[in-house]
Ligand binder design. Structure first.
Ligand code: NAG
Ligand code: NAG
Ligand code: NAG
Length: 379
């Protein structure tokens, strides 16, 4: 028996030796330090990839690309091809160790396309093969799925199938090309259980652990223009009155048994604005009547700082939520600054999770927040 088995064993060893660098990088956290991510909005014309301070980040995401809604393959036109290539070339040149990921979908795409894509084996296969082809063609290190959000329990089952088949395909491609496996990540809701529109569904945590390198939990957008009646801390670390908070979200993921190093905490580089009903009532949860400045009441951090200076705003650090708000007349802005982000990053570090990421890299003011985050978590 031993004699018969011998050739098989040596063949296995040989093929392992040939593709020695293709093993999954599941020990990312321990070997490379925390995951420090930054999403780059490809539509931000005055902020090219060359403007990103790559010393502050380990991962950069190109936001966003969507597949064709019938074939579920990517139709990349010429300007988009140039933009994709420019992103990876520029960043890898500035910092060879940075990992670039092609991010697919996003809030503007919504959930429907992905629900259709994930619903059958054939459409998942077309999508998966196209993501690999595009990622390789434009020299990305990985692919990130921003399906916001699976809407039903069936969507979650299909999401699980997708993750499994994606990892199988990525492994196979790596083996046949002798290249490192593409990284696979997904942006998710801030907690593993979603009850929106009265439909309960839960992320497939086991499959996430097995098939994804990490998830980016979107720990923001807790309050916003969809509720104009009261002001709110859109990315509260704690909320004394509810479970809508980053601490609750992260603990829920851990309780649902996600591997800690695969959990990455979202941080917003933008604030959300309201118009107060009565300027003398200006706390968190104060009565409001409309959105304030910004697009749908959303204002980048640099613009918040500018607003505060120009309007001589009153700035309040709220310890109970670990957030900041500013008030000028009847304008109210809730946001994060370097101090709140420092506390959040220390919190993430204490939880021993994988790291943090920012939405979005173009909105910082002289790298104040990104730099504070990075120097708070050094190993
Ligand atoms: C696909 O997208 C096109 C263009 O945006 C739209 O007109 C069409 O209704 C969409 N089809 C499906 C099946 O969603
Ligand atoms: C990327 O595009 C910018 C212009 O937006 C250009 O100056 C730069 O040379 C390009 N870089 C690469 C590597 O193609
Ligand atoms: C928060 O969640 C816990 C369990 O996860 C639950 O027992 C509690 O009732 C929730 N609190 C609120 C205010 O919803």
């Amino acid at each position: 028996m031993e004699f018969l088995n011998a050739p098989t064993i040596s063949l296995v060893i040989l093929s392992l030796a040939i593709c020695s660098s293709t093993s999954a990088t599941n020990s990312m956290y321990y070997s490379h330090g925390p995951n420090k991510g930054a999403y780059w909005p490809s539509w931000s014309i005055d902020f090219p990839p060359s403007a990103i301070d790559t010393t502050l980040f380990s991962h950069a995401y190109y936001a966003f690309l969507s597949p064709n809604n019938v074939t579920f393959k990517f139709d990349v036109d010429y300007p988009t091809a140039l933009s994709l290539k420019n992103f990876t070339t520029t960043l890898h040149k500035k910092k060879p160790s940075i990992k670039t990921l092609l991010s697919i979908g996003g809030a503007a795409e919504g959930p429907i396309l992905f629900s259709h894509m994930a619903s059958s084996y054939d459409s998942r296969k077309n999508f998966i093969l196209s993501t690999i082809e595009v990622a390789r063609k434009f020299d990305f290190d990985g692919v990130d799925l921003d399906w916001e959000f699976p809407q039903t329990p069936i969507d979650m089952v299909n999401f699980r199938h997708l993750l499994h088949e994606w990892r199988v395909a990525v492994k196979k491609e790596a083996k046949s090309t002798c290249r490192p496996q593409l990284l696979l990540s997904a942006a998710t809701y801030y907690k593993p259980e979603i009850t929106l529109d009265n439909v309960y569904r839960k992320y497939p945590v086991k499959s996430i652990n097995k098939n994804l390198d990490w998830i980016n939990a979107m720990c923001y957008d807790y309050h916003g223009s969809w509720d104009l009646t009261t002001t709110g801390a859109q990315a509260a670390l704690y909320d004394p009155n509810s479970n809508v908070s980053t601490s609750y979200g992260l603990h829920s993921w851990i309780k649902a048994k996600i591997q800690r190093e695969k959990l990455v905490m979202g941080l917003p580089l933008y604030g959300r604005t309201w118009q107060l009903k009565d300027p003398s009532l200006y706390g968190i949860g104060a009565p409001a009547v409309d959105v304030g400045p910004g697009i749908q009441g959303q204002l980048g951090y640099a613009d918040v700082e500018k607003f505060n200076i120009q309007n001589n705003a009153k700035v309040v650090f709220d310890l109970s939520t670990v957030s900041v708000y500013s008030v000028a007349g009847n304008t109210w802005i809730g946001y994060d600054d370097a101090r709140s982000v420092k506390i959040k990053v220390e919190y993430a570090k204490t939880l021993k999770i994988g790291g943090y990421f920012f939405w979005a890299v173009d909105a910082d003011h002289e790298w104040k927040i990104s730099r504070q985050a990075s120097k708070t978590w050094v190993i």
